[in-house]
Design a protein. Structure first.
Length: 298
């Protein structure tokens, strides 16, 4: 026994004895429109799934507001810039995240977390996984999630009447990433959120530097999406300017060609990952999630 007790510290000194396993990188998730942080069939399910597959991981499911109802309502009616500021505050004051974290956004949560990466580099976001996020915005709501159809009928009418009016921009979340390819100048001038984070009014070098600091930017597109118009926005593509029929991929956009966000450099460095999954918006199997998404979190 004495010999064994001496041998262990010697091996440790030589670096031959394994120490405690490294702690799992924390994960921050942000839900989509009409959802909440802790819905047991959506974000609550994802959180439990990740915790089961990666023992010991800390998962923060973002809640905007003091209750689940308020969190859901804010996904429609709270200025996105205010939401991003609130999330940046939550992340900066959580001691469990200070060494860095991975981020996973679902639907509109994808572009909202990208704004966090661009605007709030501390604590550092390591990998960003966007599942159905609309990074070039939307130009329509063909279908709405769950029980929100009556709200979306109202949203459609409001957007048709004046998506870029100050009142609508300030108080309707979906207007803040509404991208009208027939009114590009109006979009660039009056969009208070998407036009800013997509560098449509000028180059913010800090945004570019912060986004390029990501190890990986993973974009998941749903190949049978009936909710996002156009679905290629989930891969950062969009309609060709001036019409709403022909779409172009990210690599053919001015955003990429002029490298306003650093996406061209990230692409060439292998930091952009484009994944497609069969199914409608946010419809995927646990097996697909385990085999395709979990490796980016481990």
């Amino acid at each position: 026994m004495a010999a064994l007790m001496v041998a262990v510290p010697v091996l440790a000194l030589l670096g031959l004895c394994p120490g405690p396993a490294a702690a799992a990188t924390p994960l921050v998730i942000w839900h989509g429109m009409g959802d909440s942080c802790c819905n047991p069939v959506s974000m609550g399910y994802i959180q439990k799934l990740v915790e089961k597959k990666i023992p010991g991981i800390f998962v923060l499911s973002l809640k905007i507001g003091s209750s689940l109802i308020q969190d859901m309502e804010n996904s429609f009616f709270m200025n996105v810039n205010q939401q991003v500021r609130e999330v940046c505050r939550q992340l900066a004051t959580d001691p469990r995240l200070q060494g860095g974290y991975n981020a996973m956004g679902f639907s509109q949560g994808g572009q909202f977390l990208r704004a966090v990466a661009q605007r709030c580099p501390a604590p550092p976001m390591l990998n960003l996984i966007s599942i159905g996020g609309q990074h070039q915005g939307v130009y329509g709501f063909p279908r709405c999630p769950g029980e929100s159809s009556h709200l979306c009928d109202w949203i459609r009418k409001t957007l048709d009447l004046g998506a870029y009016s100050k009142a609508v921009q300030e108080h309707l979340v979906q207007a803040e990433y509404w991208h009208d390819p027939l009114k590009e100048e109006e979009y660039r001038k009056n969009s208070i959120f998407l036009a800013d984070i997509n560098q449509e009014r000028g180059i913010n070098e800090t945004y570019k530097k912060n986004l390029m600091a990501l190890k990986k930017f993973v974009m998941v597109k749903f190949l049978n999406d009936t909710m996002v118009d156009p679905p290629i926005s989930e891969w950062f593509g969009f309609y060709k300017s001036g019409q709403a029929k022909e779409t172009i991929p990210l690599q053919e956009t001015l955003l990429y060609k002029e490298d306003r966000l650093g996406l061209q450099q990230m692409d060439k460095a292998g930091k952009l990952v484009f994944l497609g999954v069969k199914g409608d918006h946010l419809h995927f199997s646990e097996e697909w999630f385990d085999s395709t998404i979990l490796p980016f979190l481990q």
